[in-house]
Ligand binder design. Structure first.
Ligand code: HEC
Length: 271
């Protein structure tokens, strides 16, 4: 065969694979998007079918970076649905490791995606924490930092880093990074519930680092679009007078970033 023919032949193959994978993959991604929406609006039971349909999709199209990306986030949602009163640690770890592997696969196919980079960092941090692996935690954080440096104006990247590192103890956490992320989100969030809750999250970080004035200012910006946030603020303003916010109040809001997505993503507003 002539070289030109060879080239033509391989180009033809490339086109064929691209065409062959497109419609079903697109359908799988659209379904995943709908299921993720359902999940975040308060239906954790959708996490399992979400994972299953994407596992089937990557089995059919193992070279589609977008499918692996969606699968990574699906495993993270599945993990989020497992944080109950007494979570099964082995299952949590397994979901985290699967997310990490899916994000790694997506990056291997297409490396220049900051959101997937951040997702890989997030899952690495979570898995390492579950294993008590300190250097792994640091590597995961650094990967999220690199993603933010690369795409500082990308909402999803900021959200991923903020909502992951916020769970670290204040002494171990890069408080400037989490503060910067939350401020960015307040500036770009579409108002309503998410903005209310983010003011509380940011106020809590400021209170933990001794900036009680800054904390008060954040709490006072809660509009009541989220009745939950407004309720939390009432407690906090009383606490502030005593000099600190109770850790259990902080945990009540903060733990929602991993599992109670509906706290921000419920449709409509309360007031
Ligand atoms: C503290 C508030 C808050 C919580 C809790 C929260 N989110 Fe979000 N989320 C936001 C904000 C703000 C945005 C960016 C604006 C937007 O897209 O609505 C966002 C955007 C998203 C997006 C990107 C939307 C897009 O355009 O594709 C996804 C996906 C998402 N959130 C999923 C989740 C999941 C899953 C959870 C639970 C594990 C969760 N969120 C919990 C505030 C929150």
């Amino acid at each position: 065969m002539h070289q030109a023919n060879l080239l033509f032949f391989s180009l033809g193959l490339l086109t064929m694979t691209a065409l062959a994978s497109t419609p079903r993959d697109t359908e799988a991604l659209a379904l995943a998007k709908r299921q993720q929406l359902e999940f975040r609006q308060g239906n954790p039971a959708v996490a399992k079918p979400l994972v299953k349909s994407l596992e089937e999709a990557v089995a059919r199209s193992p070279d589609n970076a977008k499918l692996w990306e969606a699968l990574g986030f699906a495993y993270m949602s599945l993990q989020g649905s497992m944080y109950t009163a007494s979570p099964d640690m082995a299952k949590l770890l397994e979901a985290g490791e699967r997310a990490q592997a899916a994000f790694a696969r997506s990056l291997a196919l297409k490396s220049d995606n900051p959101l997937v980079r951040a997702g890989h960092g997030m899952s690495t941090m979570v898995v390492s924490q579950l294993k008590g692996d300190g250097p792994g935690v640091m590597a995961g954080i650094e990967e999220m930092n690199a993603a933010v440096r690369e795409a500082p104006k990308y909402n999803g990247v900021r959200l991923t880093r903020a909502f992951t590192i916020i769970h670290l103890p204040p002494g171990m956490r890069d408080n400037n990074a989490v503060t910067e992320d939350l401020r960015f989100l307040i500036d770009t969030a579409p108002g309503g519930r998410p903005e209310d809750v983010i003011h509380v999250l940011l106020g809590d970080v400021l209170a933990e680092t001794g900036d009680l004035k800054g904390a008060r200012s954040e709490y006072e910006q809660v509009s009541g679009a989220s009745a939950f946030a407004a309720e939390q603020v009432k407690e906090r303003l009383a606490d502030l007078a005593k000099g600190s916010i109770r850790p259990d109040s902080i945990a009540a809001v903060r733990s929602g970033t991993g599992a109670r997505c509906v706290m921000c993503h419920a449709p409509g507003t309360d007031n």
